[in-house]
Design a protein around this ligand. Structure first.
Ligand code: FCB
Length: 483
């Protein structure tokens, strides 16, 4: 069992994490520029002001992608580089940067995948209320149009929002990311509702204005419940946990996925959030539920669970000494099997892994190389599980390693290195890590270097899918009857 023949292998980055040049050629400020000046907000007071200086070095960086053998590159557009005030006047130089980048990628044979929003919200719009402002979906739609008109003759793949859980949850609820707000739940959920609407409006604009047939999706995230065994009881317990809303915050899958996939908020969330839940109209929910061409998933972490003695799903803690990455995330490869599977069986959509990777203690050794054996092992383990999802019958189209190169890891500054390419920030020197060369081999051999497939392919998934579909129809009927 292997990956599909046309499977696409790529790597991902985001604008604020690599570009630098925050004041160059007319770029406006983003909430991240501002947040980084706040004392104590970011590790050692660092910022993305210089980052990897990718703005100046993009041609070299594309050459590195070619050297690795990447087939696709997911990057994000800095909204305030294109529209310094967030709306209105376009900064031609800023847009021109992405225009050239796309040309360079195509020349190198690397397919461009554009993320429209990866957290660097225009500061000017934040000062007008940001995601809390009811006009914010329109602002995002207008911005989408500017980018789509410029790039869609060459770009086919579009991702609207990156990890809404994070920019609302970390940015507006707990305040550890920009803009650093700690809003009460009802306001976070209002901001979340506007972000969902922005996604829907953006998809509409992409479909209406793209010059070549677009493929559009988005890239939510979240921890994946991993069944302790293959038993139907444990698998269904994990599935229930995947779709559950159990805490009064935005850290779940269902609150974000169900509006987009099915045009409704989860009942459990509405009950739990109570009066804090946003008001919404049927028309808004229809806007949010635009048809997608693929579902992007950023997957790093999973937690173990099983069907408890009382019949309810329960978490099972990892044992003492369970392997963790440099930033303390549990190594949990089956997340790449079960995450795509749970998301696909309910949505019927093709899956794209829009991010996956790890932070490691990487440095340049005396021999001039970066020996990141842990990353090779991590990627191999996760990719074998992704292949298992494929064997289970999940249509997985593409995989993007996070990240192409070491970069600014948000509130953690530069202390965590996620790259396939090492960056010496003092000199901006790039060094391909061992994992970059190994990943190149994965690509060239279409996954064969991952070794033989040892799993037992997906009993029960088709059945599960039919069951879910039937359940959904029934729910819809009931809703209609109730209406
Ligand atoms: C994800 C973000 C990405 C990067 C990785 C490590 O949550 O989308 O920008 O920070 O984590």
């Amino acid at each position: 069992m292997s990956f599909p023949r046309d499977f696409l292998w790529g790597a991902a980055t985001s604008a604020y994490q690599i570009e630098g040049a925050v004041a160059r050629e007319g770029r406006g400020a983003s909430v991240w520029d501002h947040f980084c000046t706040r004392p104590g907000a970011v590790h050692r007071g660092e910022s993305g002001a210089e980052a990897c200086d990718h703005y100046a070095r993009h041609a070299d960086d594309v050459a590195l992608m070619k050297e690795i053998g990447l087939q696709a590159y997911r990057f994000s557009i800095a909204w305030p580089r294109v529209l310094p005030e967030g709306t209105g006047a376009v900064n031609a130089a800023g847009l021109g940067f992405y225009d050239r980048l796309v040309d360079e990628l195509l020349k190198a044979g690397v397919q461009p995948w554009v993320t429209l929003f990866h957290w660097d919200y225009p500061l000017a719009l934040y000062r007008r209320g940001g995601w809390l402002n009811a006009d914010s979906p329109k602002w995002f739609a207008d911005y989408t149009r500017v980018v789509v008109e410029k790039l869609s003759d060459r770009v086919a793949h579009w991702i609207t929002l990156n990890e809404p859980q994070c920019f609302i949850g970390l940015g507006h609820e707990t305040g550890v990311h920009a803009p650093g707000d700690t809003l009460p739940l009802h306001q976070s959920l209002r901001a979340a509702h506007h972000a969902l609407l922005a996604h829907g409006e953006s998809i509409k604009v992409i479909r209406a204005h793209a010059k070549r047939p677009p493929k559009a999706g988005w890239a939510p995230t979240g921890d994946i419940p991993l069944p302790m065994t293959e038993s139907a009881a444990d698998v269904s317990a994990a599935r229930e946990m995947y779709w559950a809303v159990t805490k009064p915050d935005v850290w779940n899958h269902a609150w974000w996925l169900l509006p987009v996939l099915e045009g409704r908020y989860p009942e459990e969330g509405l009950r739990l959030y109570g009066a804090a839940a946003p008001t919404f109209t049927a028309e808004e929910m229809a806007t949010i539920a635009q048809p997608l061409d693929f579902l992007g998933l950023n997957i790093y972490n999973g937690f173990r669970c099983r069907r408890g003695a009382n019949g309810r799903p329960e978490r099972v803690a990892y044992g003492v000494g369970h392997p963790q990455t440099h930033n303390g995330w549990n190594v949990s490869p089956p997340a790449l099997r079960w995450g795509p599977r749970f998301a696909h069986e309910r949505s019927g959509l093709s899956i794209v892994i829009t991010e996956n990777g790890m932070a490691g203690h990487d440095w340049v050794a005396d021999d001039g190389a970066v020996h990141d054996a842990h990353r090779i092992d991590y990627l191999r383990k996760y990719l074998r599980q992704l292949r298992w999802a494929v064997a289970d019958g999940v249509p997985v189209q593409a995989y993007f390693a996070w990240s192409l190169m070491d970069n600014f890891e948000w509130a953690e500054g530069y202390r965590y290195r996620f790259g396939l390419v090492h960056v010496d920030y003092a000199t901006q020197r790039r060094t391909l890590k061992d994992s970059a060369r190994w990943y190149g081999e994965v690509i060239r051999t279409k996954g064969a270097v991952l070794g033989e497939f040892a799993g037992v392919a997906g009993r029960g998934m088709k059945k599960a899918r039919r069951r879910r579909r039937a359940g959904r129809e029934k729910e819809k009927d009931e809703e209609n009857e109730g209406a």
